[in-house]
Design a protein around this ligand. Structure first.
Ligand code: AP5
Ligand code: ZN
Ligand code: ZN
Length: 214
Protein backbone atom coordinates (compact mmCIF):
# COMPACT_ATOMS: atom_id res chain seq x y z
CA UNK A 1 0.00 0.00 0.00
CA UNK A 2 0.99 3.63 -0.57
CA UNK A 3 0.03 5.67 2.46
CA UNK A 4 0.30 9.23 3.70
CA UNK A 5 0.06 10.20 7.37
CA UNK A 6 -1.13 13.76 7.98
CA UNK A 7 -1.68 15.40 11.34
CA UNK A 8 -0.44 18.21 13.56
CA UNK A 9 2.71 17.93 15.68
CA UNK A 10 2.20 15.37 18.43
CA UNK A 11 -0.86 13.77 16.82
CA UNK A 12 0.81 10.32 16.80
CA UNK A 13 2.15 9.86 13.27
CA UNK A 14 5.56 8.69 14.41
CA UNK A 15 4.03 6.50 17.12
CA UNK A 16 1.76 4.60 14.71
CA UNK A 17 4.31 4.33 11.87
CA UNK A 18 6.23 1.30 13.22
CA UNK A 19 2.96 -0.58 13.72
CA UNK A 20 1.96 -0.03 10.11
CA UNK A 21 5.48 -0.74 8.89
CA UNK A 22 5.75 -4.05 10.76
CA UNK A 23 2.38 -5.24 9.55
CA UNK A 24 2.57 -4.22 5.93
CA UNK A 25 6.33 -4.28 5.44
CA UNK A 26 6.47 -0.87 3.86
CA UNK A 27 9.19 1.68 3.59
CA UNK A 28 8.77 4.46 6.12
CA UNK A 29 9.85 7.92 5.00
CA UNK A 30 9.59 10.67 7.62
CA UNK A 31 10.85 13.98 6.24
CA UNK A 32 11.25 15.37 9.79
CA UNK A 33 13.52 12.44 10.78
CA UNK A 34 15.54 12.74 7.56
CA UNK A 35 15.95 16.49 8.03
CA UNK A 36 17.00 16.08 11.69
CA UNK A 37 19.62 13.51 10.62
CA UNK A 38 20.91 15.96 7.98
CA UNK A 39 21.08 18.77 10.56
CA UNK A 40 22.98 16.53 13.01
CA UNK A 41 25.45 15.51 10.27
CA UNK A 42 25.80 19.14 9.14
CA UNK A 43 25.27 18.20 5.48
CA UNK A 44 24.53 21.02 2.98
CA UNK A 45 20.86 20.04 3.20
CA UNK A 46 20.97 20.15 7.00
CA UNK A 47 22.62 23.56 7.03
CA UNK A 48 19.87 24.92 4.77
CA UNK A 49 17.06 23.34 6.79
CA UNK A 50 18.16 24.11 10.35
CA UNK A 51 16.97 27.68 10.72
CA UNK A 52 13.38 27.00 9.62
CA UNK A 53 13.18 23.86 11.76
CA UNK A 54 14.41 25.62 14.89
CA UNK A 55 11.70 28.24 14.43
CA UNK A 56 8.97 25.68 13.77
CA UNK A 57 8.51 26.85 10.19
CA UNK A 58 8.39 24.66 7.11
CA UNK A 59 11.54 23.99 5.13
CA UNK A 60 11.30 24.97 1.43
CA UNK A 61 9.27 22.73 -0.87
CA UNK A 62 12.25 22.18 -3.20
CA UNK A 63 14.41 20.72 -0.42
CA UNK A 64 11.86 18.22 0.85
CA UNK A 65 10.59 17.26 -2.60
CA UNK A 66 14.21 16.48 -3.52
CA UNK A 67 14.63 14.24 -0.46
CA UNK A 68 11.45 12.29 -1.21
CA UNK A 69 12.19 11.95 -4.91
CA UNK A 70 15.55 10.41 -4.03
CA UNK A 71 14.18 8.16 -1.26
CA UNK A 72 11.37 6.74 -3.39
CA UNK A 73 14.02 5.20 -5.66
CA UNK A 74 15.09 2.77 -2.93
CA UNK A 75 14.28 -0.87 -3.77
CA UNK A 76 12.45 -1.23 -0.44
CA UNK A 77 10.02 1.50 -1.48
CA UNK A 78 8.90 -0.02 -4.77
CA UNK A 79 6.00 -2.08 -3.43
CA UNK A 80 4.62 0.53 -1.10
CA UNK A 81 5.48 3.27 1.36
CA UNK A 82 4.37 5.33 4.34
CA UNK A 83 5.02 9.05 4.07
CA UNK A 84 5.07 10.61 7.55
CA UNK A 85 5.13 14.41 7.48
CA UNK A 86 5.06 14.75 3.70
CA UNK A 87 3.37 16.32 1.75
CA UNK A 88 2.81 19.34 3.99
CA UNK A 89 1.87 21.93 1.35
CA UNK A 90 -0.38 21.70 -1.71
CA UNK A 91 2.69 22.27 -3.91
CA UNK A 92 4.37 19.23 -2.29
CA UNK A 93 1.21 17.18 -2.90
CA UNK A 94 1.17 18.16 -6.58
CA UNK A 95 4.86 17.32 -6.96
CA UNK A 96 4.28 13.95 -5.31
CA UNK A 97 1.46 13.22 -7.76
CA UNK A 98 3.84 14.01 -10.63
CA UNK A 99 6.55 11.74 -9.20
CA UNK A 100 4.11 8.87 -8.75
CA UNK A 101 2.53 9.36 -12.16
CA UNK A 102 5.95 8.86 -13.74
CA UNK A 103 6.20 5.58 -11.85
CA UNK A 104 2.66 4.60 -12.85
CA UNK A 105 1.35 4.38 -9.28
CA UNK A 106 -0.81 6.48 -6.96
CA UNK A 107 -1.55 7.14 -3.29
CA UNK A 108 -4.00 4.59 -1.85
CA UNK A 109 -4.97 6.23 1.44
CA UNK A 110 -4.36 9.34 3.49
CA UNK A 111 -4.67 8.79 7.25
CA UNK A 112 -5.76 12.04 8.86
CA UNK A 113 -4.75 12.18 12.54
CA UNK A 114 -7.57 14.47 13.59
CA UNK A 115 -7.09 15.96 17.06
CA UNK A 116 -7.77 19.13 19.00
CA UNK A 117 -4.84 21.57 19.35
CA UNK A 118 -5.39 21.77 23.13
CA UNK A 119 -4.08 18.23 23.75
CA UNK A 120 -0.87 18.68 21.81
CA UNK A 121 1.25 20.80 24.14
CA UNK A 122 1.29 18.10 26.80
CA UNK A 123 2.14 15.44 24.23
CA UNK A 124 4.97 17.47 22.73
CA UNK A 125 6.60 18.70 25.94
CA UNK A 126 6.48 15.19 27.48
CA UNK A 127 8.07 13.44 24.49
CA UNK A 128 11.44 11.66 24.76
CA UNK A 129 13.11 10.00 21.80
CA UNK A 130 15.75 7.35 21.18
CA UNK A 131 17.38 8.98 18.13
CA UNK A 132 19.02 5.87 16.65
CA UNK A 133 15.82 3.80 16.45
CA UNK A 134 13.16 6.52 16.41
CA UNK A 135 11.46 4.91 19.44
CA UNK A 136 9.28 7.48 21.13
CA UNK A 137 8.27 7.71 24.78
CA UNK A 138 6.12 10.04 26.84
CA UNK A 139 6.72 10.86 30.49
CA UNK A 140 3.04 10.28 31.27
CA UNK A 141 1.51 8.17 28.48
CA UNK A 142 4.31 5.71 27.66
CA UNK A 143 7.21 6.17 30.10
CA UNK A 144 10.44 4.19 29.66
CA UNK A 145 11.28 1.69 32.40
CA UNK A 146 14.07 3.98 33.61
CA UNK A 147 13.68 7.75 33.24
CA UNK A 148 15.74 9.09 30.31
CA UNK A 149 16.90 5.62 29.16
CA UNK A 150 15.81 3.58 26.13
CA UNK A 151 14.16 0.26 27.16
CA UNK A 152 15.82 -1.76 24.40
CA UNK A 153 19.39 -0.46 24.14
CA UNK A 154 19.95 1.22 27.52
CA UNK A 155 21.10 4.32 25.64
CA UNK A 156 20.08 7.84 26.68
CA UNK A 157 16.87 9.44 25.41
CA UNK A 158 16.77 13.01 24.14
CA UNK A 159 14.16 15.74 23.72
CA UNK A 160 13.74 17.47 20.37
CA UNK A 161 14.94 21.06 20.16
CA UNK A 162 11.61 22.17 18.64
CA UNK A 163 9.51 20.46 21.34
CA UNK A 164 8.90 23.58 23.40
CA UNK A 165 5.54 25.27 23.97
CA UNK A 166 6.76 28.38 22.11
CA UNK A 167 7.99 26.59 18.97
CA UNK A 168 4.90 24.36 19.03
CA UNK A 169 2.80 27.51 18.45
CA UNK A 170 4.60 28.19 15.14
CA UNK A 171 4.40 24.54 14.14
CA UNK A 172 0.64 24.53 14.74
CA UNK A 173 0.24 27.74 12.79
CA UNK A 174 2.13 26.21 9.87
CA UNK A 175 -0.08 23.13 10.11
CA UNK A 176 -3.37 25.02 10.01
CA UNK A 177 -2.29 27.43 7.26
CA UNK A 178 -0.20 25.25 4.98
CA UNK A 179 -1.01 21.60 5.71
CA UNK A 180 -4.77 21.54 6.30
CA UNK A 181 -5.33 22.47 2.62
CA UNK A 182 -3.49 19.25 1.74
CA UNK A 183 -6.22 17.27 3.54
CA UNK A 184 -8.81 19.00 1.32
CA UNK A 185 -6.67 18.21 -1.73
CA UNK A 186 -6.91 14.48 -0.97
CA UNK A 187 -10.52 14.67 0.26
CA UNK A 188 -11.44 15.70 -3.29
CA UNK A 189 -9.92 12.41 -4.45
CA UNK A 190 -11.97 10.60 -1.75
CA UNK A 191 -8.99 8.82 -0.22
CA UNK A 192 -8.94 10.41 3.25
CA UNK A 193 -9.65 8.28 6.35
CA UNK A 194 -10.21 10.27 9.54
CA UNK A 195 -8.78 8.86 12.77
CA UNK A 196 -9.67 9.79 16.35
CA UNK A 197 -6.10 10.67 17.24
CA UNK A 198 -6.98 11.84 20.77
CA UNK A 199 -7.68 8.25 21.84
CA UNK A 200 -5.05 6.07 23.56
CA UNK A 201 -2.32 4.70 21.22
CA UNK A 202 -3.71 1.13 21.08
CA UNK A 203 -7.16 2.37 20.07
CA UNK A 204 -5.67 4.52 17.34
CA UNK A 205 -3.72 1.46 16.15
CA UNK A 206 -7.03 -0.42 15.97
CA UNK A 207 -8.53 2.32 13.81
CA UNK A 208 -5.48 2.30 11.53
CA UNK A 209 -5.73 -1.48 11.11
CA UNK A 210 -9.43 -1.22 10.31
CA UNK A 211 -8.79 1.36 7.59
CA UNK A 212 -5.93 -0.63 6.07
CA UNK A 213 -7.83 -3.89 5.95
CA UNK A 214 -10.87 -2.32 4.29
P1 AP5 B 1 8.24 16.48 11.95
O1 AP5 B 1 9.36 15.68 12.52
O2 AP5 B 1 7.42 15.88 10.87
O3 AP5 B 1 7.37 16.95 13.17
P2 AP5 B 1 5.78 17.19 13.32
O4 AP5 B 1 4.96 17.13 12.12
O5 AP5 B 1 5.72 18.44 14.08
O6 AP5 B 1 5.29 15.94 14.02
P3 AP5 B 1 5.83 15.27 15.32
O7 AP5 B 1 6.94 14.36 15.01
O8 AP5 B 1 6.06 16.34 16.36
O9 AP5 B 1 4.51 14.51 15.78
P4 AP5 B 1 4.05 12.99 15.63
O10 AP5 B 1 2.67 13.05 15.06
O11 AP5 B 1 5.02 12.14 14.93
O12 AP5 B 1 3.94 12.63 17.17
P5 AP5 B 1 4.47 11.35 17.98
O13 AP5 B 1 3.89 10.11 17.42
O14 AP5 B 1 5.95 11.41 18.13
O15 AP5 B 1 8.81 17.87 11.38
C1 AP5 B 1 9.71 18.65 12.09
C2 AP5 B 1 10.12 19.87 11.27
O16 AP5 B 1 10.79 19.44 10.06
C3 AP5 B 1 8.99 20.77 10.78
O17 AP5 B 1 8.62 21.71 11.75
C4 AP5 B 1 9.62 21.41 9.53
O18 AP5 B 1 10.49 22.46 9.88
C5 AP5 B 1 10.44 20.28 8.95
N1 AP5 B 1 9.71 19.47 7.96
C6 AP5 B 1 9.43 18.12 8.06
N2 AP5 B 1 8.74 17.69 6.99
C7 AP5 B 1 8.57 18.78 6.18
C8 AP5 B 1 7.93 18.99 4.92
N3 AP5 B 1 7.31 17.97 4.27
N4 AP5 B 1 7.95 20.23 4.38
C9 AP5 B 1 8.59 21.27 5.01
N5 AP5 B 1 9.21 21.13 6.21
C10 AP5 B 1 9.20 19.90 6.79
O19 AP5 B 1 3.77 11.62 19.40
C11 AP5 B 1 4.09 12.73 20.20
C12 AP5 B 1 4.11 12.34 21.70
O20 AP5 B 1 2.82 11.93 22.11
C13 AP5 B 1 5.05 11.16 22.02
O21 AP5 B 1 5.65 11.39 23.26
C14 AP5 B 1 4.11 9.94 22.08
O22 AP5 B 1 4.59 8.97 22.98
C15 AP5 B 1 2.82 10.57 22.57
N6 AP5 B 1 1.63 9.93 21.96
C16 AP5 B 1 1.50 9.53 20.67
N7 AP5 B 1 0.26 9.02 20.47
C17 AP5 B 1 -0.40 9.13 21.66
C18 AP5 B 1 -1.73 8.79 22.10
N8 AP5 B 1 -2.61 8.22 21.24
N9 AP5 B 1 -2.06 9.04 23.38
C19 AP5 B 1 -1.16 9.60 24.24
N10 AP5 B 1 0.09 9.93 23.90
C20 AP5 B 1 0.47 9.71 22.62
ZN1 ZN C 1 6.94 12.51 14.06
ZN1 ZN D 1 -7.17 24.21 11.61
Amino acid sequence: KRLILIGPPGSGKGTQSPVIKDEYCLCHLATGDMLRAAVAAKTPLGIKAKEAMDKGELVSDDLVVGIIDEALKKPSCQKGFILDGFPRTVVQAQKLDEMLEKRGVKVDKVLNFAIDDAILEERITGRWIHPASGRTYHTKYSPPKVFGIDDVTGEPLIQRKDDTAAVLKSRLEAFHKQTEPVIDYYAKKSIVANLHAEKPPKEVTGEVQKVLSS
